[in-house]
Design a protein around this ligand. Sequence first.
Ligand code: NAP
Length: 279
Amino acid sequence: MSSKVALITGTSSGIGLETAVAAARAGWTTVATLRDPDRAGALRAAADRAGVPLDVRRLDVTDPASVTAAIEGVVADHGRLDALINNAGAGHVGTIENETVEDVRRVMEVNFFGVVQTTKAAMPHLRAAGGRLITVTSVGGVIGQPFNEAYCAAKFAVEGFMESLAPVAARLGVTVSVVEPGAVATDFVDNIGLDVTKVIAAAGDYAEPLQGYVERTLGQFANSAQTPEQAAATVVEALTTERPPFRLQTSEWARDFTGTKLADHDGSAVLALTGGYLG
Ligand code: NAP
């Protein structure tokens, strides 16, 4: 069994849960964190079915004290931290005229500042280990989509943060990657907690395009979503491949979709360019 230690955020369900199990199966000492330890039932059951051990700890990415306590606790108990997998995140559907700036701030708190917080706490340990920093972003971190202004802004922010950090971190021995899923069949859509009928009824001039967007998106999730196991396999690829690219899509669909915009699909051309700025 490898002595390498990976910490994953948001493992109560979905991609995070499957990534925790798959990382443990790949031989990593896996610290599966969640904001509410009472919600660890599905995680523990999946680990039991797979016959793998998990070190389950509390970490709320919006609570700086819990981030520090979890990461310092891992280093105290395991002696090292080789990989941070930023997976925790939450969707949001809305448009600026129909929501408050506070709504947008909340989306940024979880999806962007949460990643900033964990990354800051983990970096000294990742540097010491020559480790990996992996973040689950989204195809929405590359392409802005209707009624996803706040969510895509947050995921764009994460991608910009990580793309800027990557060449410097590489110089100091840390490999940075972002993983971009398209639709994945998790609790993600339900967890948005959108009462579609109510929101469309209150949407005013936005009702018709919102209805169109919701129908198209629910259709995509019903007909062509990946399983969370499939998305987790790409995260584990970023964890275990010898030289992972900066940018990984989790499916052919995600590759094609982001390819509408990206000339540098895996980020290698950008990193070669900006790495050269460092002398
Ligand atoms: P999910 O099943 O809803 O999982 C999200 C996880 O994040 C849950 O474990 C949730 O915990 C956790 N989380 C939320 N707020 C948190 C906080 N403040 N601190 C710590 N954990 C928190 O959805 P998922 O699809 O697996 O999402 C995982 C990642 O993939 C997210 O970053 C998401 O943006 C990204 N993604 C998903 C899709 C998709 O179609 N599913 C597509 C592209 C990108 P609780 O149970 O406590 O809420």
